[in-house]
Design a protein around this ligand. Sequence first.
Ligand code: HEM
Length: 201
Amino acid sequence: MPKGQPPTLHGRLRADTRHLHDHLESAVDIEKVILSRVTYAGYLERLHRVHVAAEAVLCAIDFAPFGFDYAHHHRSRAVEDDLKALGNAASSGDAVPTFAVLPSLDHALGAVYVVEGSALGARAILPQIKSSLGLDEAHGASFFIGFGTEGKAVWRAVLAAIDDIPADSARADAVVAGAIAMFNFFTDHLPSEAVTATRQA
Ligand code: HEM
């Protein structure tokens, strides 16, 4: 950040959740996930369950005050397509506990930041999936394309809404709390084995 600029809430979010992201990333262990199409399909099933559970809460929220619409279920649907391409049926999502009701729209903004931001990491994984498993965005790995045109517009709107909030405000604390809640939810349910996760209250 240039000297003299006040810190942005996006910068604070990244800093305050980096340890949770890094722990989740190592718990997921993508190298193991892409060892075979069987282990990869298992990962997609878990990914489907967490996204269905997150969307059940987030897609019901009206984000119009922040200038974007989140009623679509594009992440879980992309995973469903990928499971179908591999000949597997998508799980219903019933096996995952319900994601907590969020106490405010600012908490919800933090939670959306995590779900949408995960597309950046997904995009980084695609080349490994291609070379190890012979799948691509048209067949079995559409989730890992990152953002489509619509997704990119949502991500920009999410970041704009985040940076409209002063980084040291009580509202910012709520956004960070929502992001932490979503990271904890993914950490509890996405890795293949129960992990003694770096959770944060
Ligand atoms: C499973 C393996 C994962 C890997 C290898 C990974 C890797 C990455 C990488 C490389 C970035 C930075 C990309 C860029 O700046 O262009 C990133 C960003 C991000 N990832 Fe992950 N990620 C993974 C999983 C996840 C998951 C499951 C979540 C959500 C629960 C997540 C949430 C985020 C968020 C929110 C950002 C955006 C940070 C920001 O720029 O504000 N990641 N990830």
